[in-house]
Unconditional design. Structure first.
Lengths: 151, 578
């Protein structure tokens, strides 16, 4: 069985670096795939824009909210409504602790909402928890059937 | 006449004279009747069947200024009646001769004096022994005054009815003047008001015929005429038949005439003896004024002016009401507008807060993260001083992060709407103590008064207040002694004072006044952001409460929250102190 893949949608290179490092330290077997913008993420899930389907090993999407262009909220909605993987677990990974952000994300169907920790130990702990919860303990759904691209 | 008969006079005379009357008797009889008929105000006359006068009583002869001899044998035509009038009587006489039945009729007649009259007359047939009409006897009564009185009464009733359905001053004025002017056959009718001070008068919009120019406007009182005339106008109903002839107006006739004022009649309206207004009519030709027309004017003035005044009061009231309503609406609009603006500003501030939260914290996380990584992965290559500097960078970053968070929490307090409900302080305090690690350290002892009451509060806000107060209390205890905090409550007059006594370093008096202000840090507080107590105060005020403090350096501090007590639905269970 191939390594589980985590898709991390994040525009901040520093945050990407921290999260990559944390995965390396606590869950080295995970393939971390990074998409640096909202539009690129929407395209990734859109069969028309991205004919190649997400890999079957994709088990989790880590989604930042404050993205340039298309926001994380929009990306979440597109994943749920207009993608080949509408049931993929999506964990929000944001610096915002605003209730309206939290509520909006749950309304759009996120699976969890995590606040980005400030220090490296906190981040490590959180990534370890995420890996355990979503990649080890949580059972994936069957992949959605691959639809032919629309005419 | 020797005796005064008690029964029918003619019968008595005949009886007295025996069964046969001689010429003297007849002459006597005629004199007697003549005397009687002369005393009546009515006209009495006799026509022969051809319509020739054979008799007219003294009253009628006097009007004609003729003697009986001059009229006997003459017809109405010959006596100078207008043709239509003579025709009418001739027709009537012939009809009576034919039908032998009386006729009663009315006739309107305008004499040389210009005064029109109304007459009510009866023609009756006198039959001879053969049953034919031998004579026609007529009696005529002048009913001019009665008819006019009736017309005036009808007019006043009509006017009252018209005015009863209008409440607008201009309408009242327009209707009353129009009706009055037309009824009296005038060329202009107007209402003038004496303005306060008596030096000016105002002509309200006047009614006029033809293309006469309006008089409406304000004028000096002297424009009315001589002071004698002004006095007269203000004290009596003044009727001038001809401004050139009347001594009161003649000297100024040259000023009246160009204005189309040849004759006028005005009735004043007085209030407590003071002249306030006049209503009257103006004619461009001289004309006589009858007493009952003057009375009519007085009646109109007495009816119309109070209506005008009432309409003014009502208008003033309405406009005052409208103004009030306007202002209320205006105020409401302003309030709405400002509320809207404020909401916009608050929304902007929230957006700003959000971007602060995100944009400021992201680089901070990088700073903290990279200093952590350096410390973790490059420690062997760093000397002690470099490691210390990195730790300082990390500490400063974390402190800044807390500061930003606190500012955000504080600003959210002002914008959020909150709901108050009964909150059991006992349970809440226990929760807070359990969930804040600082409050569970070995050296911290918090005691709660048993049975702390419920207060009317917002649980989230009250949690923040209590946590801030307890953490503060712990923070400011010198390291060499255990922190001892006692919490108790006093309920009085529907309010509950929740008190927090600590054994900390206390607060200098000069700092007490500003301790609840934002960014005020007292003493050696190096960790704090200076926002905690500001949050406590703002949150408490948001819940309708107040905060307070008593302290002396070295003797600890007493902080309290004064909140509304929760309604007493059930007694809180007595629980032992934690």
């Amino acid at each position: 069985m191939s390594n589980p893949t985590v898709l991390y949608i994040e525009d901040s290179p520093d945050d990407v670096l921290f999260v990559q490092r944390a995965f390396r330290q606590v869950a080295p077997a995970v393939d971390l795939l990074v998409i640096p913008s909202g539009q690129a993420a929407v395209d990734y899930f859109d069969p028309a824009a991205h004919p190649q389907p997400p890999p079957e090993s994709l088990r989790l999407v880590l989604l930042d909210l404050n993205l340039p262009g298309r926001s994380g909220h929009y990306v979440l909605g597109q994943i749920r409504r207009a993608s080949r993987t509408p049931r993929i677990p999506v964990v929000i990974f944001s610096a915002s602790n605003q209730q309206k952000d939290i509520d909006a994300c749950y309304a759009e169907g996120c699976n969890a909402y995590l606040i980005k920790p400030t220090d490296s130990q906190g981040l490590r702990d959180m990534i370890a928890l995420v890996a355990t919860t979503w990649l080890t303990e949580n059972l994936p759904t069957t992949p959605a059937p691959i639809l032919p691209p629309p005419n | 006449m020797s005796t005064v008969p008690r029964q029918n006079l003619t019968q008595a005379l005949i009886r007295e004279a025996g069964s046969k009357l001689d010429r003297d008797d007849l002459q006597r009889l005629v004199r007697l009747y003549e005397t009687i008929l002369a005393n009546t105000d009515d006209f009495v006359y006799i026509f022969d069947p051809q319509g020739r006068f054979i008799y007219a009583n003294a009253r009628l002869l006097k009007v004609w200024a003729k003697s009986l001899d001059q009229i006997v044998g003459k017809t109405c035509y010959e006596l100078g009646y207008p043709e239509w009038h003579a025709d009418m009587h001739m027709r009537e006489i012939l009809q009576i001769v034919r039908d032998k039945t009386p006729i009663r009729n009315e006739v309107f007649y305008t004499g040389d004096s210009g005064i029109s009259g109304q007459y009510d007359y009866i023609f009756k047939p006198v039959l001879n022994t053969a049953g034919e009409v031998e004579m026609v006897v007529g009696t005529t009564r002048d009913v001019t005054a009665a008819a006019r009185a009736h017309a005036h009464t009808t007019f006043l009733a009509h006017l009252s009815q018209l005015l009863s359905v209008v409440s607008d001053e201009a309408e009242i004025n327009r209707i009353a003047l129009g009706e009055l002017g037309r009824f009296l056959g005038a060329q202009r009718a107007l209402c003038l008001q004496v303005l306060p001070g008596g030096q000016q008068f105002r002509v309200l919009p006047d009614w006029r015929t033809g293309d006469q120019r309006p008089f409406a406007g304000d004028y000096p009182i002297s424009y009315l005429g001589s002071s004698a005339l002004i006095t007269a106008l203000g004290s009596e109903t003044l009727a001038i038949a001809d401004v050139r002839a009347d001594p009161r107006t003649a000297p100024a006739a040259h000023t009246y005439l160009p204005l189309g004022i040849a004759s006028f009649a005005f009735a004043p309206f007085t209030h407590e003896g003071r002249w306030v207004a006049s209503i009257g009519v103006i004619c461009d030709q001289p004309r006589p004024w009858l007493d009952d027309q003057k009375i009519l004017l007085e009646n109109v003035a007495a009816r119309v002016w109070p209506l005008v005044e009432r309409a003014r009061v009502e208008t003033a009231l309405q406009s005052a009401n409208a103004q009030l309503a306007d202002r209320a609406t205006h105020l409401e609009a302003i309030v709405q507008q400002r509320t809207h603006k404020l909401s916009d500003i608050i929304a902007e501030l929230e957006a700003f807060s959000y971007s602060i939260s995100h944009d400021l914290r992201a680089p901070l996380r990088s700073m903290i993260g990279f200093s952590d990584i350096l410390l973790e992965e490059y420690a062997p290559r760093l000397d002690t001083e470099a490691a210390d500097f990195l730790k300082r960078i990390g500490r400063a970053g974390r402190r800044m992060d807390r500061l930003i968070q606190d500012v955000l929490n504080f600003s959210r307090l002002s914008s959020s709407e909150i709901v108050l409900s009964p909150v059991p302080t006992d349970a809440l305090l226990r929760d807070v103590i359990r969930s804040y690690p600082n409050l569970q350290a070995n050296r911290v002892a918090i005691t709660l008064q048993p049975g702390l009451p419920s207060v009317l509060a917002n649980e989230g806000l009250l949690t923040q207040c209590i946590a801030n107060l307890l953490e503060n209390a712990v923070k400011f205890v010198p390291a060499d002694r255990p922190a001892q905090i006692h919490v108790w409550a006093q309920s009085e007059n529907g309010r509950t004072k929740l008190c927090f006594q600590d054994n900390g370093i206390g607060i200098p008096e000069h700092s007490l006044g500003r301790i609840f202000d934002i960014f005020q840090r007292v003493g050696r507080d190096t960790e704090g952001t200076g926002i905690g107590l500001a949050i406590v105060r703002r949150a408490t005020e948001k819940m309708g409460g107040t905060v307070g403090v008593q302290s002396q350096p070295g003797h600890g501090s007493l902080f309290w929250l004064d909140l509304e007590s929760a309604p007493q639905t059930e007694r809180p269970a007595l629980t032992s102190a934690a």
